[in-house]
Design a protein around this ligand. Structure first.
Ligand SMILES: Cc1cc2nc3c(=O)[nH]c(=O)nc-3n(C[C@H](O)[C@H](O)[C@H](O)COP(=O)(O)OP(=O)(O)OC[C@H]3O[C@@H](n4cnc5c(N)ncnc54)[C@H](O)[C@@H]3O)c2cc1C
Length: 349
């Protein structure tokens, strides 16, 4: 997980899970399956050092200057409009955009990527940290967060099904198991994603097209796991995007993965496994695999959709909305969702 600033860190501090978190060096390793080339990209280095060392094979100093195009960006531009013709498009701009925005650079808003670069890369190595849980996200994020909010009398496992209005104000919230009557002094924050929000408020104009994120987890034998010599590897010219090594597992993340929605799990595992064998230059077998696909992982973060949310935010409501999608200056991430929660509380006060 990449984090732009301190919100995620502060969140872990609040729920008491800092000890379960580790910060990895921000050096990213890449493997280009077509050219059989490997290289390392050091976010830990200063921007000047990266430009002078040109880490990607067969590139020159001038190729890295494409980053400067993100200083001034128009609202309507996509990442591809800006750097589609760059010599480091395939090796840098495409994997970065997919990882950060879960959207192909051909559709991704250049303004959002520009905002990310301005709070990370342009601010130096301290702002380009990679966080990983020591064990798993359940222990680092989910379990501590649930036990923290359980102390605040939260009801879980109840979907909001309908909203009743009286004289233009919300009078009742109809959940699966109960109906809550709303007094005029009550405050409401809706922290649900646009797709479900639209079921409750069909008149809202919100993005309706989404991108899948696909994760493939392989369990390996102890001897084979050591063939994966780097903790994080970015794959180029492959179906796989990023691979993470942890204990006896490798986990592959594929963003913008709608094309896999109709494929069966075994077929996906075979495609991805072949690419992993190419990396280790050896035909090995996995012990077992598991596929997790989230079909509505994030909405497509295109200039058009960002504008739709910007217009939505200009409207005045007697209640507040939270969720990653409401932070339309940042991509849909944990960071954005934490910031949106803080903003929602500020708006209520
Ligand atoms: C596979 C995957 C990998 C990701 N990787 C990263 C990463 O590495 N780094 C990163 O920063 N971000 C990552 N993200 C994005 C990140 O998970 C989201 O940005 C973040 O979880 C959004 O939080 P949220 O609270 O806005 O929305 P959600 O986490 O979607 O929470 C919304 C909640 O509302 C509930 N809900 C929906 N409808 C109703 C209803 N009608 N009534 C009551 N409750 C309802 C849902 O059940 C859900 O619990 C990833 C996402 C996916 C799917």
């Amino acid at each position: 997980m990449f984090s732009a600033n301190n919100s995620f860190f502060n969140f872990c501090q609040t729920v008491g899970s800092l000890k379960t978190l580790k910060i990895l060096p921000s050096n990213l390793n890449f493997f280009d399956i077509k050219k059989k080339e490997k290289w390392e990209f050091g976010f830990e280095k200063k921007i000047k050092e990266i430009i002078n060392n040109y880490p990607i094979p067969n590139t020159s100093f001038f190729d890295y200057l494409s980053v400067l195009k993100f200083i001034f960006v128009t609202r309507r531009s996509t990442v591809f409009d800006l750097v589609g013709d760059s010599n480091i498009y395939k090796e840098f701009w495409e994997p970065l955009t997919l990882a950060v925005m879960n959207t192909s650079p051909k559709f991704a808003s250049a303004q959002i990527l520009s905002n990310v670069l301005k709070v990370t890369f342009f601010r130096g190595r301290k702002h380009c940290l990679i966080y990983q849980p020591k064990e798993n996200w359940g222990k680092t994020l989910i379990e501590p967060a649930i036990s923290f909010i359980q102390k605040k009398r939260i009801n879980f496992n109840e979907s909001l099904k309908r909203i009743h209005f009286k004289d233009g104000n919300i009078s009742e919230l109809v959940f699966t198991k109960r109906v809550i009557k709303i007094k005029s002094s009550d405050r409401i924050i809706f922290a649900i994603p646009p797709t479900n929000l639209n079921k409750l408020f069909p008149e809202f104009k919100l993005p309706s097209n989404y991108n899948t994120i696909l994760n493939v987890h392989f369990k390996l034998s102890k001897k084979d796991i050591y063939l994966f010599d780097k903790k994080i590897i970015g794959f180029i010219n492959t179906k796989s995007h990023w691979m993470f090594v942890k204990n006896q597992y490798i986990s592959i993340t594929i963003s913008d993965a709608n094309k896999f929605n109709s494929m069966d799990s075994k077929e996906i595992a075979n495609i991805i496994w072949k690419e992993m064998c190419e990396y280790v230059k050896k035909k090995i077998n996995y012990k077992s695999f598991q596929i997790v696909r989230e079909k509505k992982a994030t909405y497509i973060q295109s200039p058009k959709n960002i504008e739709m949310i910007t217009n939505f935010k200009k409207k005045r409501f007697p209640y507040v909305f939270a969720g990653d999608w409401t932070q339309n200056r940042l991509p849909c991430t944990i960071e954005a969702s934490i910031l949106s929660g803080k903003k929602a509380i500020e708006d209520l006060v």
